[in-house]
Design a protein around this ligand. Structure first.
Ligand SMILES: Cc1cc2nc3c(=O)[nH]c(=O)nc-3n(C[C@H](O)[C@H](O)[C@H](O)COP(=O)(O)OP(=O)(O)OC[C@H]3O[C@@H](n4cnc5c(N)ncnc54)[C@H](O)[C@@H]3O)c2cc1C
Length: 311
């Protein structure tokens, strides 16, 4: 059989798409590895609109329950299962699954998200959620009036630093090279703040602490000397790894392997494939954005599938 739509992913983008698809009575297959997505591991999400505070695990449960409420004639859910490849056909798209099955749809919605690039330093895994975090907009306010450090030299790192400067006691930024990938204007804004300190040519070697982080050790790559900064918060912004490898060359990707989308419709370079959330080249990545952009995609998919069937 040919589904109207295949949705891949079960984070906020995939779940939002599934609810809208079922309500629009699109014959939909949803394939996902794990419910909830990246913020699953978060202890306390405070900006998922409508819930002042919810853990990542509770959010995953709520998304699953909401989607499952629509399972039935129009929505089939298969999990845990991975999409491993995609093949465009004349009038449809085929998706190969990790159980070696191939499924076919008129449209494909990709919501496979991304994983944060992890800090390759001693103690980084041990102190994750104990002072070390990969999400400033989620955890930043917990570090008000404290000394913190940001690791990275791109826009995300500098934007994070600017955000933290509003309420932290001091913000240090550690960058591996002399040059920054961030826009000059953003770097200049951070440098102007007297609470900001920038350390270049420095490689983070260890996260230190007892129960919680109390310092970060870096090596000066010019002098080979090690220094430990006394900080209680560490914000890592060294990039995302989008889960896009399974798409091969079917859709246009950026240099960093994000799917290029039209922000008005969430269409990709392939006329039967849409994408939303952290897998895309959108500048900002948050749960609410993933959900909202997925809804936008579904509105567009609905129109496209209806036209396709009428033709
Ligand atoms: C630690 C942490 C805390 C965060 N806290 C917040 C917060 O407080 N507030 C906020 O707004 N944002 C937060 N974020 C960001 C937020 O989690 C992401 O923006 C959001 O999860 C993106 O949703 P998504 O649906 O695009 O992708 P993801 O959440 O990454 O979900 C991807 C989904 O696709 C599935 N998948 C991946 N590959 C395949 C495949 N090949 N086949 C089948 N399924 C696949 C996964 O199992 C998962 O279900 C946080 C991020 C992190 C890392």
């Amino acid at each position: 059989m040919i589904y109207d739509l295949i949705i891949v992913g079960g984070g906020p983008a995939g779940a939002s798409a599934a609810v809208y698809a079922a309500r629009k009575r699109l014959k939909t297959l949803m394939v996902l590895e794990e419910w909830g997505g990246q913020s699953n591991v978060s202890e306390n999400i405070q900006n998922w609109i409508g819930t002042p505070s919810i853990s990542g695990a509770e959010l995953a449960k709520a998304l699953k329950a909401h989607v499952n409420a629509y399972a039935g004639e129009y929505l089939e859910i298969r999990t845990p299962l991975r999409a491993t490849a995609v093949t465009p056909n004349e009038g449809s798209i085929s998706v190969t699954l990790s159980n070696a099955e191939t499924v076919e749809g008129l449209a494909l919605f990709v919501a496979t998200g991304a994983n944060r690039r992890k800090l390759p330093a001693l103690g980084a895994d041990e102190f994750e959620h104990k002072g070390l975090t990969y999400c400033a907009s989620c955890d930043g306010p917990l570090f008000a009036d404290q000394d913190v450090v940001v690791i990275g030299g791109g826009n995300a790192a500098f934007e994070t630093a600017l955000q933290l400067l509003a309420y932290c006691k001091t913000v240090s930024l550690i960058n591996r090279s002399e040059e920054f990938r961030a826009d000059e204007i953003t770097v200049a804004a951070a440098k102007m703040n007297p609470k900001m300190r920038i350390i270049t040519n420095a490689e983070t070697t260890a996260v230190v602490g007892e129960k919680f982080v109390n310092g970060l050790t870096y090596k000066d790559l010019k002098t080979n000397t090690e220094t430990t900064l006394p900080v209680t918060g560490i914000f890592v912004e060294i990039g995302l790894i989008p889960n896009s490898a399974w798409l091969g060359t079917t859709v246009a990707l950026t240099q960093t392997q994000q799917i290029v989308v039209d922000p008005l419709t969430q269409r990709t370079s392939h006329p039967r494939i849409w994408a939303a959330g952290d897998i895309t080249d959108g500048i900002y990545h948050q749960n609410n954005i993933a959900s909202g952009d997925a809804v936008k995609a579904l509105e567009d998919i609905y129109v496209a599938v209806r036209k396709n069937k009428a033709a």
